[in-house]
Structure formats: structure tokens, C-alpha cells
Design a protein around this ligand. Structure first.
Ligand code: NDP
Length: 329
């Protein structure tokens, strides 16, 4: 019995073809759990993996999809049995191992987490890797002392996946959220997620000569990096922390160390890919408890496998709003 998957194959030195192809079980990679995938997503990294010479995919043909949720079909690992609902994010699945933009995936049981109570597979993928990273970023800020009532928390790249989940969750937890966006038309959307202040990208998106500006932000979830992150560091309140999640605006950090030395600002690195099992379970439980589902449903854009090639290109241009949920069946 064959099933469908997105397959990426080089067609020349600087080109890849991204198409839906039939595959069979014996083509799946090694692993001790086979999952009937229900939903996957299109993350920024998926966009990269469907581009030529991306530095992430090593072998072709390749099945992308850095996350998925579905039902265990077969398992030789005692932790999972057929019928169990599971989520996978990270572990370089969709990069070095075939991923979730497929009706079936075979993976290592260590990479899975059980679907938490209160969450369905569709909403789990509306959250996906981007949302998990947003929650890990909020956990890190709180582990470093952030509490509601300390002042506005800045979210950069707010209309994107990481930013939307961070905005909705922080607001639901009682934080005042300032959302940075480059899209004027995203104003109503961001306010509906709970942002109380909208900051235009151009107001904060370039470095200044001043290493310190007014102490403005009590915390920051940063999906953008680059010059924006450098600028934000100089605007943090004394002792406040920034969770560095993404690089949508660039991987460089043209910053001064002055905010670290004179204001005790903390820069916290957030990695969702190799995150230990216990932290993942904690984060997914928090997602089930603290993420408002009405906001999540609002940021969800349904898609099918046929929509994936265009969405993969769009997300790299910053043209995808919220979270894409791909019904692979
Ligand atoms: P999205 O494309 O959905 O969102 C990124 C947002 O950043 C855009 O919507 C846009 O927001 C803003 N943006 C885009 N380009 C620029 C630019 N040149 N300058 C300033 N802002 C820009 O991506 P995701 O939210 O899925 O991912 C965001 C980042 O986080 C990516 O770099 C991704 O690789 C990373 N990531 C990291 C993870 C980790 O484990 N650390 C896990 C998941 C993602 P707006 O339109 O509102 O301005």
C-alpha cells in the first residue's frame, strides 16, 4: 500500500523539485515507531529544507517536515503502542531524517512525546515547532524572574508563528505585550491575540550609535535576531532577559556588551531541537493549559500537501501569517 509524501529532489546544481509522490513502507527510514501522520506544518526551517543548497538536508530524495502529530501504527518500543497519539518536533527530523510532510513517518521513540490531555493533533500542529519554541522562550524568561506587572514584554516578528503563539500566551498569562511587526495590516490580528501595543518594525529594526536607550521592556521573545535584537538589548529594563529564538531578520548580532555590563541584561538562547524530554513534556503541558485555544484557532491556516511548495517559498519571504496546519490526508 502506498502513501503520499512531499518529496524534494535536486533537478540541477541550483534547483530542486518539490512534489507529491507515492511512497511505500519499505522506503521509510529506520526507526522503532511508525506513525500515521495526521497533521504537519510549514515552519521557516521547512522553507529552507525545500530550497536548493540549504546546508540542512544531506541526502536526496528527501521528505521534509520538521514536526508532525498523529497516531502510532506500529511500535517495537515499550513506551508506545498502536493507537497512541503522539507529537514530534526537532531532533533534525525533516532535515537529516525523513519528516512529517507525509502520510506516514518512521522515527526513533526517544524523539516523540505523548499528546497531552486537552490537545488534539490538529491544535498540536497549529502550535508546532514554532509554538513550542515560543513557550520554551517564555519559560526561560520566567525562570529568570519575569512576572506579570513588571512592564511590557516585547515580541518581535509578532505576526509570524513564534511571535503569534508568544503574544497569545503571554497575554493570557497576564503580561502586557508589545508586538513588533513589519505589516501594518497585522494590527487588528495582533490586538485580537492580546497585544496592547504595536511597534512598527522600522522604529526598532536598525542599530543606533547609542548602546543604551530608555529602559522600556521587562522581557523579550525575539524571533528576528540581527540588528533588531542588537537594538532591543539596549532598551531592556535593568536585569531583564531576552529569549533569542529566531533569525528571521538575520543571523548576525551587531551589538554592544554595554547592556550586559551596565544593566545586567540576560540574553537567553532557545533551542527546541535537542531539548531534553522532560522540558518538552513541561512545555507541551503548558501549551495545553495556558495557550488560549480561541486565539490558536484564529491563527491557524488550513493547508493540504498540494499547498506546501508555495507556502514553503512564502514563509521565507515573511509572507505567512500565524501558523499553517497541513492536513496530510
Ligand atoms: P515566520 O516566518 O512565521 O515568522 C517570522 C516573522 O519575523 C515574520 O512573520 C515577520 O513578522 C518577521 N520578519 C521576517 N523577516 C524579517 C526581517 N527581515 N526583519 C524583521 N522582521 C522580519 O517564522 P517562525 O515564526 O516560524 O520562525 C521565526 C524564527 O524562529 C525563524 O528564524 C525560525 O528559524 C526560528 N525558530 C527557531 C526555533 C528554535 O528552536 N530556536 C524553533 C522554531 C523557529 P512581522 O510580519 O510581524 O514583522
Amino acid at each position: 500500500m502506498s502513501f503520499n509524501a512531499i518529496v524534494v529532489e535536486p533537478t540541477g546544481d541550483d534547483e530542486v523539485a518539490v512534489s507529491i509522490e507515492p511512497l511505500t513502507d519499505d522506503q521509510l527510514p529506520e526507526g522503532n515507531v511508525t506513525v500515521a501522520v495526521e497533521y504537519s506544518t510549514v515552519n521557516y526551517k521547512d522553507g529552507l529544507c525545500m530550497r536548493p543548497k540549504n546546508g540542512l538536508v544531506r541526502h536526496y530524495p528527501h521528505v521534509p517536515g520538521v514536526d508532525f502529530a498523529g497516531t502510532v501504527e506500529t511500535s517495537s518500543d515499550p513506551r508506545y503502542k498502536p493507537g497512541d497519539k503522539v507529537i514530534l518536533t526537532g531532533w533534525r527530523v525533516g532535515e537529516t531524517h525523513w519528516g512529517g510532510l507525509s502520510q506516514k513517518a518512521r522515527v526513533n521513540a526517544d524523539w516523540l512525546v505523548p499528546l497531552p490531555e486537552g490537545l488534539c493533533t490538529k491544535r498540536a500542529m497549529a502550535v508546532g515547532t514554532a509554538g513550542l519554541a515560543a513557550i520554551l522562550a517564555i519559560n526561560a524568561l520566567e525562570d529568570h524572574g519575569l512576572k506579570p506587572g513588571q512592564g511590557p514584554v516585547l515580541v518581535t516578528g509578532a505576526a509570524g508563528g513564534v511571535g503569534s503563539i508568544a503574544t497569545a500566551t503571554l497575554s493570557n498569562l497576564g503580561y502586557e505585550v508589545a508586538a513588533v511587526t513589519g505589516r501594518a495590516e497585522a494590527d487588528n490580528y495582533l490586538r485580537s491575540l492580546g497585544a496592547s501595543q504595536i511597534v512598527a518594525r522600522e522604529d526598532i529594526g536598525s542599530v543606533t550609535k547609542r548602546p543604551l536607550e530608555s529602559e522600556t521592556w521587562a522581557g523579550c521573545v525575539d524571533a528576528v535576531g540581527g540588528e533588531m535584537l542588537a537594538r532591543v538589548l539596549g532598551q531592556m529594563k535593568y536585569g531583564a532577559s531576552v529569549s533569542a529564538v529566531g533569525l528571521a531578520g538575520g543571523a548576525s548580532l551587531p551589538a554592544s556588551v554595554i547592556p550586559f555590563l551596565l544593566r545586567g541584561v540576560n540574553l537567553l538562547g532557545i533551542d527546541s531541537v535537542m531539548q531534553p524530554y522532560e522540558n518538552r513534556v513541561r512545555a507541551w503541558q503548558r501549551i495545553a493549559n495556558d495557550l488560549p485555544f480561541d486565539a490558536l484557532d484564529q491563527m491557524m491556516h488550513p493547508a493540504t500537501l498540494a499547498d506546501v511548495p508555495k507556502l514553503a517559498a512564502d514563509i521565507l519571504k515573511g509572507q505567512v501569517r500565524g501558523r499553517v496546519v497541513v492536513d496530510v490526508n
